[in-house]
Design a protein around this ligand. Structure first.
Ligand code: 2F8
Ligand code: CA
Length: 129
């Protein structure tokens, strides 16, 4: 059966949105198992696209290696951020080292959250021909 045809194409990549929830690390593991990685959001259009799913979801951004130094899963530094109002905040001193999409109605959509939290997640696979 073709129940696994869940990838959506957008502007040079295929995207997969999970239907279950996992920690950030397990989410990344799942993406890699699918030949992808957690989504890297590198343009306004792509940010809008990822919000369109209306799912609170992990993205491929973390500062777990060095506090305050956010890196995408391909090792590149964060240059274009989309924090919600009040974020990023390491809420109540908790280590919030992983980034989720939390707002769907504006570009200020990201929250730093604890990596062990269980969320939906979005994988991205570059489309190489
Ligand atoms: O008010 C923003 C704050 O909301 C939650 O904490 C109450 C988030 N925590 C979780 O989702 C676990 C914080 O990350 C967020 O900053
Ligand atoms: Ca936060």
């Amino acid at each position: 059966k073709f129940a696994e045809a869940k990838w959506v194409y957008f502007s040079g990549s295929f995207y997969y949105v999970s239907t279950t929830k996992k920690s950030w690390h397990s989410s990344q593991y799942d993406c890699r198992w699918r030949g992808a990685d957690l989504v890297i959001i590198s343009s306004r259009k792509e940010e809008e696209f990822t919000r369109m799913f209306q799912k609170r979801a992990w993205i491929g951004l973390t500062d777990r290696i060095r506090e305050g130094s956010f890196k995408w899963v391909d090792g590149t530094a964060l240059t274009r951020s989309c924090w919600r109002f009040g974020e990023l905040n390491q809420f109540k001193g908790r280590n919030e080292d992983c980034v989720e999409i939390k707002n769907f109605d504006s570009e200020r959509s990201w929250n730093d959250a604890q990596c062990a939290n269980e969320n939906y997640w979005i994988c991205e696979k570059n489309f190489d021909i």
